[in-house]
Design a protein. Structure first.
Lengths: 340, 321
């Protein structure tokens, strides 16, 4: 299979549907607004456990979430995919309820923060073990193939550069390639796995080269560039949908936050922050949308205000809701009674 | 017509494939080759789309099965040897085992684990894994000892909505035979009194049931009546049957083929002591394999695990207390 390379300066960006660009930017704004609020809540001691943000990765993640078909595709987000989740249709209140421990959240207080999902709506709830969702999504696709429901369906999942070092990632992508499944795997090469720089993580110059080894199509993109991300991810999703087998998409970017909000990220060198990799994809996205005349600055300000209002509402509702009652909790780990 | 233990496993899978279109098989060498133990021989011809050869990727095999299970399928994964499930451990305990509690959506996978020793198999093709998986919440662990149970418990496992680790003992595969697959109708989760007695109870499971019966037969020549309880599944653990047996005999030996630290025998003893201390006429005892890797040489292997001789010796100690 060929290595499909696309870089931002070669892109036919004009061909990307303006409505999709607008929607993706709105999703990025909403995700950034929510995550800023979550950070404040954490720092104010209102969130128990960790807070993990996707600052700087919104363009890459949202481009996937907004490209996938919410009615039939599968999306298994990972730690830095608030934007992708929102793009795929997850309600903001799912995030705030889970972070704030509301019993009404999708995880009912049984799991927290980013470890949430709605598997019955084709969005699996991640476990912390990196790479484990690759084979999981592959299995969801295999099931559809056996049920005669695979036509036109794409499964997608996201990882970071660190996860590519796991056996689970390797096993999963290799297996999906053997099965020729319509799977799209995004690798956000955000330069650090927690605090470990990429040169202590892998020795190849670009992770996209691994695609050839797996026998899958590889794509690489400037992960800070919204239009480039949309163009590349759209082409990868389309190729998967049309029978091209698994697609590996590597986005180069920099995590503009710590691993979690407990981490100030002081190990990130300042020259890296000041390099192009350290650009803020949200600022770039806004300038692209304005430059193409897809929205005015006033309209974008309006989106920001609406996002702030939506987030505020979700937080207010979630904070008023009670948490799970440990004395009423159904302490059952299997669904069939008498089996534990 | 007679069935071996592996015939029963083969027949259960074939019947499941024929009866339920959501059942499929995934494992290494299970297609044209028919599996390392021939448990899927000929299946791929009848079910070319539901018998899939897997790469040597136990983690991905389990992960794929979990994904399929939450999408309406009932996969049976053949781990070629239970020992290799260590590679799939994360997917089984963290992905499958937590899924129902976290999301409310059950994961009907069955992990077939060819376990236990056979002469010459060595440290990496002989292990017992039931303790590992039973320790984690959210997983049912089944340990059949008879041909009929191998058939009926495998069918029940696949039809259960929860993850099942199905520990099938390789030593029984070809040695254990039965004229039919008829059985007493005991459901998954119920233990069986394999051999009634009144002087002591041996609680055991899997291949050790047969070693316990051999030991009981030898002691019967001296007038001792030993009751043998076959747990059939170690999770759930049928304590009602165990406690009722100990109430009759007053003496307990918990017997297993796994390593001695912790495990099923320790769990049985601790529960009997906690729930039925007043029923005991003597301190309960445990007998397990030795605390070393499982040796290759048949002479070493044969005494690494409990034998009828070591079980008889332990029971004599118990009866004389």
């Amino acid at each position: 299979m060929s290595l499909l390379k696309s870089t931002s300066n070669e892109l036919p960006t004009k061909q990307i549907d303006g409505e999709l660009v607008r929607r993706t930017l709105r999703v990025m704004i909403l995700a950034r607004t929510l995550e800023s609020k979550l950070s404040s809540l954490y720092k104010g001691g209102k969130i128990v456990g960790g807070v993990y943000l996707g600052t700087g990765q919104e363009a890459f993640s949202a481009s996937l979430g907004c490209t996938l078909d919410q009615e039939k595709d599968i999306f298994a987000p990972l730690i830095r995919d608030q934007a992708g989740r929102t793009g795929f249709g997850e309600e903001i209140i799912d995030a705030t309820r889970t972070y704030l421990g509301s019993a009404k959240g999708p995880m009912k207080g049984r799991d927290g923060n980013i470890h949430r999902g709605r598997p019955d709506q084709r969005m699996p709830a991640m476990i912390s073990h990196l790479g484990a969702a690759v084979s999981l999504v592959a299995g969801m696709l295999v099931a559809r193939r056996m049920q005669g429901k695979l036509d036109g369906v794409v499964g997608a999942t996201c990882v970071g550069d660190g996860a590519t070092s796991t056996g689970s990632f390797h096993e999963g992508l290799n297996m999906a390639a053997v099965e020729k499944l319509p799977l799209v795997v995004l690798v956000a090469d955000n330069q650090f796995a927690y605090s470990t720089p990429r040169e202590r993580q892998f020795a190849c110059d670009s992770l996209v080269k691994r695609a050839a080894g797996y026998g899958v199509a590889g794509h690489e993109v400037d992960g800070t560039n919204l239009e480039a991300c949309l163009a590349t991810i759209q082409s990868a999703v389309r190729a998967a949908r049309e029978g091209g087998g698994p697609q590996l998409v590597v986005g180069s970017l920099l995590r503009l936050c710590g691993h979690g909000e407990h981490d100030d990220g002081s190990y990130v060198p300042s020259d890296l922050k000041e390099s192009e990799l350290g650009s803020d994809c949200l600022e770039i996205g806004i300038s692209q949308v304005v430059a193409r005349g897809l929205a005015s600055e006033e309209e974008i300000k309006q989106w920001q205000m609406e996002s702030a209002e939506e987030v505020q509402n979700a937080v207010a509702i979630s904070q008023k809701e009670v948490g799970p009652d440990p004395y009423q909790e159904d302490w059952q780990a299997v669904s069939e009674r008498g089996m534990s | 017509m007679s069935f071996t233990y592996i015939d029963a496993i083969q027949q259960a899978q074939l019947d499941l494939l024929r009866e339920r279109k959501e059942v499929f098989l995934y494992g290494q060498d299970i297609g044209n080759f028919g599996g390392a133990f021939k448990a899927t021989k000929g299946f791929i011809e009848e079910f070319p789309d539901r018998v899939l050869d897997a790469p040597i990727s136990e983690d991905a095999m389990a992960g794929m099965a979990i994904g399929a299970a939450i999408s309406g399928m009932r996969p049976i994964v053949e781990m070629q040897f239970a020992d290799f499930s260590s590679i799939a451990f994360n997917q089984i305990v963290n992905q499958a085992g937590t899924h129902f509690y976290r999301t409310g959506i059950p994961v009907p996978i069955t992990m077939r684990m060819p376990c236990g020793g056979t002469p010459g198999s060595g440290p990496f093709h002989s292990q017992m894994v039931e303790t590992l998986y039973a320790h984690y919440p959210g997983i049912v662990v089944v340990t059949p000892a008879t041909v009929a149970d191998a058939y009926h418990l495998l069918k029940a496992s696949v039809l259960l909505d929860d993850p099942v680790v199905f520990c099938e003992h390789k030593f029984l595969y070809r040695w254990l035979k039965s004229k039919s697959l008829d059985y007493d109708g005991l459901p998954l989760g119920a233990a069986r009194i394999t051999r009634p007695g009144k002087h002591a109870t041996v609680v055991t499971y899997s291949a050790m049931v047969h070693e316990a019966v051999r030991a009981a037969n030898r002691l019967a020549e001296e007038g001792w009546e030993i009751e043998v309880v076959d747990l059939r599944s170690v999770k759930p653990l049928d304590m009602d049957t165990v406690i009722a047996s100990v109430a009759r005999t007053g003496r307990l030996l918990a017997l297993g083929e796994a390593f001695p630290w912790g495990g099923v025998t320790a769990e049985v003893v601790s529960r009997v002591v906690a729930e039925g201390f007043h029923l005991l006429d003597a301190p309960p005892m445990r007998l397990n394999a030795k605390d070393t890797p499982i040796p290759y040489h048949p002479d070493l292997w044969a005494v690494h695990r409990p034998t009828p001789e070591s079980i008889v010796q332990k029971l004599r100690e118990l009866l004389n207390l």
